[in-house]
Design a protein around this ligand. Structure first.
Ligand code: PLP
Length: 387
């Protein structure tokens, strides 16, 4: 499923003259990235942990781009020393810090991540391009960015970036982002900086339910429209046509992932029936964080009439995982499958209530192999200082 998603994206991108990099934040283990490294795609990382995972998976520096709204000195040093091919700088202060850390040589090319004030995405928490977000360089700071780059010739400007949000279903949002980026490219060109790359982020929406046809984004159309927009706008402005990059995360892994939960309790309260499972906010925080919805089915053959129930985690929070319809035989001991949890589920898991993170198993061609083993309690306790 992952291979098919990558192949489709690479084909759509190639048709439009664009390049693909996988956003590792969606899901990353060394084995998984090693598999993706066999495809003709790059990878985006946004922490030292993701960078090391990509390195150990075999991604060469030139295939790696470093992102992040707040980068540590160690991460900036990784850009300077040649461990990555591109760094997407997210603010003026960060550009100053990169200049200081890199002194007279910075191996990574510099993309400036702009806040182009185009916003898209289902929930405020996953919108990253609008006026009211922490992401990107504000238009008022563009001049300062140009001056900083001029004072620091070790920083090689390669182009502009803007990621507008996640779970985007409107193709027009990508064209709007591309148009805004080309307007910015023209402003930078007037100040002497030519953009050879324009990267329009990821965010391609995936359906949250198997029958959710209206939610489907036509990715090929979205990429083609953005590429057309970049080409036409560059021609109209007399700019050399920049290379277009896209950074999908969710649309590569979301549908490939299924979470298996064991039911721990089913109980009727005053007005609702609750089904409590052996997971929740610790290993799947997105429903509580921004109302992410997943389709859920019982693994056993259903018996009896479906009842609307509230699916909950086992944590000491009201960690509702959604309202779903389940038959009465889904009670303590039953297995549930939650669909489309491949993206931003395992990668966002933590240890609240000192629970362990689950194992991840890959299935392909009728066989399976583990990608991550289940954490054990000794590992959870290992960081405690006893004296
Ligand atoms: N690129 C950047 C800069 C991002 O911040 C994100 C997600 O937050 C992505 C790409 C991937 O987005 P998605 O997984 O929705 O495709």
């Amino acid at each position: 499923m992952v291979d098919a998603a990558v192949d489709t994206l690479v084909r759509c991108a190639a048709d439009a003259g664009a390049e693909v990099a996988y956003a590792a934040k969606a899901f990353a283990t060394i084995g998984f990235l090693r598999h993706l490294a066999q495809h003709s795609i790059g990878v985006d990382v946004c922490s030292l942990g993701e960078l090391i995972t990509a390195e150990r998976a075999g991604f060469a520096p030139e295939r790696i781009t470093l992102h992040g709204a707040g980068k540590s000195n160690e991460e900036l040093a990784a850009a300077a020393s040649g461990r990555i091919g591109r760094i997407a700088v997210d603010g003026i202060e960060e550009l100053e810090r990169l200049a200081a850390i890199s002194r007279d040589s910075c191996a990574a090319g510099v993309l400036l991540r702009l806040n182009v004030r185009v916003e898209a995405g289902q929930h405020a928490f996953v919108r990253t391009g609008g006026d009211d977000t922490k992401f990107g360089i504000h238009a008022r700071d563009e001049e300062a960015a140009v001056a900083l780059l001029a004072r620091n010739p070790q920083l090689r400007f390669v182009g502009l970036h803007a990621h507008i949000g996640s779970q985007v279903y409107e193709s027009a949002a990508y064209a709007a982002n591309a148009a805004a980026l080309l307007d910015a490219a023209q402003r930078f060109a007037h100040r002497g900086l030519t953009s050879s790359e324009i990267v329009m982020g990821g965010g391609f929406g995936v359906p949250s339910h198997p029958n959710a046809v209206p939610e489907q984004l036509d990715v090929a159309a979205a990429i083609a429209a953005a590429a057309r927009c970049v080409r036409d706008a560059a021609r109209e402005r007399g700019l050399p046509s920049p290379r277009l990059g896209i950074e999908p995360g969710r649309s590569i892994v979301a549908l490939a992932g299924t979470t298996l939960y064991r039911v721990l309790a089913r109980k009727r309260q005053t007005s609702r029936t609750f089904v409590v499972v052996d997971g929740g906010i610790a290993e799947n925080p997105r429903p509580a964080l921004y109302g992410a919805h997943h389709h859920v089915v019982g693994v056993a053959r259903p018996e009896g009439e479906l009842e609307e129930v509230t699916l909950c985690g086992r944590s000491c929070e009201n960690d509702e995982l959604g309202t779903v319809e389940l038959p009465p035989n889904v009670r303590a001991g039953a297995l549930l499958a939650m669909c489309s949890t491949g993206a931003y589920t395992y990668s966002m898991a933590g240890n609240y209530n000192r629970v362990v993170r689950p194992a991840v198993v890959a299935l392909a061609g009728g066989s399976h192999h583990p990608l991550a083993r289940r954490e054990n309690l000794d590992e959870v306790l290992a960081r405690d200082i006893l004296e």
